[in-house]
Write a protein of this length. Structure first.
Length: 326
């Protein structure tokens, strides 16, 4: 028996509880992991509240992230005692995830935890932080350097936004933080933001082109905010788009792409190929200021996960939530 958060569905109603479950026997190629820490991401909140059809099989143990220690391995690359981290691969959506004491996972989904990162720090980073790293890598791949000009980060007080600011500042970029929460200005500056931009500035009806303002952008909001960002990019600027906190639509125009050579770089963490994940985790171990990471963390007990989830959808979560599981 394993203690876990379990989402069940009967007809159209969804229920969530913390209870004991039986894991299926370990299959060939799988690894049994004793989960030390998990976390809550925006997608976990969608799954736990049922606000979007994230869960594709019931009953489901949610949790798209986990960090833990290998207990038993039927995969040649892992042995008992190894420290591992898991992000995505539809875990917590199609396959039982990290918000439980033990998980059975395909060995090829796991990433060995780099030296220098604790399991708690790995979950303070979580999918949000690893996605922030993928976004920074997308800007770099498109030639955005600290010399190119200011880089803007939206949804700045949230998980992806907070880590993105810390990573960019550490690399010497000048960072503008877009937030709907004026009260978080000092927090955002402590992470490395040079200036704060009110969300309303990017919430008006988007024009095809606006005054050139930013060399790079990391956007977690989508919709009108993303459309406005695209219209404000400098010549040959790049927007790394990873989120939909403000909506799925994109009321934009081709003008910035064909007149300014702007690049819209989509970022996906879930199915991201393994070599890129390993690179992202090594970069996080090297580049992320762990004291700043700690300043983003709020710990939530497993028993309080269910009541905490709705706060994401209300835009009330600051930084990263870590869930001790062991
Ligand atoms: P958080 O809830 O931690 O952060 C989202 C932030 O966006 C909020 O803190 C808030 O920041 C801002 N925000 C919230 N609601 C709105 C709104 N209606 N309009 C404009 N801004 C809003 O979530 P995460 O950082 O974990 O995730 C952010 C987004 O990125 C989500 O949509 C998530 O699904 C997506 N994501 C995608 C991944 C991928 O693989 N593509 C991986 C990880 C996340 P503030 O108050 O400062 O404005």
């Amino acid at each position: 028996m394993t203690k876990a958060i379990v989402i069940e569905k009967t007809d159209e109603t969804q229920s969530v509880s913390l209870r004991d479950i039986d894991l299926p026997p370990l299959a060939e190629g799988e690894v049994a992991v004793d989960v030390a820490y998990s976390t809550l991401n925006y997608k976990d909140a969608l799954a736990l509240t049922g606000a979007a059809p994230v869960v594709r099989s019931f009953p489901m143990v949610p949790g798209i992230d986990l960090a833990g220690i290998v207990r038993e391995s039927l995969h040649p690359d892992y042995a008992p005692g190894d420290r591992v981290v898991l992000n995505g691969w539809s875990v917590g959506e199609k396959y039982w995830g990290g918000l439980g004491a033990r998980a059975h996972l395909r060995g090829e989904w796991l990433v060995p935890l780099p030296e220098g990162i604790s399991m708690r720090q790995a979950m303070a980073i979580g999918t949000a932080g690893y996605t922030a790293m993928l976004c920074v890598m997308a800007l770099e791949a498109n030639g955005v350097t600290p010399e190119s000009g200011e880089v803007v980060v939206t949804g700045a007080s949230g998980g992806v936004g907070s880590v993105a600011i810390a990573l960019l500042a550490a690399k010497g970029y000048t960072v503008a933080a877009v937030t709907g929460r004026e009260s978080e200005a000092e927090y955002l500056k402590s992470l490395g933001a040079s200036s704060i931009v009110a969300r309303e500035e990017l919430s008006g009806k988007p024009r095809a082109l606006n005054k050139e303002r930013w060399a790079g952008a990391i956007d977690v909001v989508g919709s009108t905010v993303l459309a406005n960002l695209i219209s404000m990019m400098k010549y040959h600027g790049t927007v790394a788009a990873c989120g939909l906190a403000g909506g799925m639509d994109l009321p934009s125009s081709v003008a910035p792409f064909i007149l300014r050579g702007v690049t819209l770089a989509g970022v996906d963490s879930v199915m991201c190929p393994r070599p890129r994940r390993i690179e992202a985790w090594q970069r996080l171990a090297r580049d992320l200021d762990m004291a700043k990471l700690e300043s983003m963390v709020v710990e939530v007990a497993l028993k309080d996960v269910i009541t905490t989830a709705p706060k994401f959808l209300e835009g009330q979560v600051r930084g990263r939530i870590v869930v001790p599981v062991a």
